[in-house]
Write a protein that binds this ligand. Sequence first.
Ligand SMILES: [Zn+2]
Length: 137
Amino acid sequence: MIIAIAALIAVGAIVFILTVRAKDLPQPEPVSPFQHLDERKAAIYENLRDLQFEYRVGKLSDHDYQQTKKDLQRELAGVMAEVDRIKLQLSPNGSAPKPPAPASAIDPLTCPHCGAKFPQSLKFCGECGKAMKVAQA
Ligand SMILES: [Zn+2]
């Protein structure tokens, strides 16, 4: 009897875990393909900062500073190129994933008629008096 209850509890626990998993974690958080590159970029920037600091306090010779800086900048350029390459791969037609739409078409703070900018969205332009809202495609 105890074994039967224990088995029932075990099965119940497994079913519970599976159910919770399926419900709460339908899809794992997608890891950005740029994340490791971002981390490398941040590390390089930090190295550059450290380098600049050490140079300023006189720990590094001019030559060492220039050499290390060049190396870091080359590494940074490599990371940037990698980011661009991945971006290109991710986008179907080779352009940026989200090309910015023309500002006049989407910006509710800019009058589409006269281009005046306002700190908040208005129904009518305070400059030319025309309707601010434009038909959005
Ligand atoms: Zn206007």
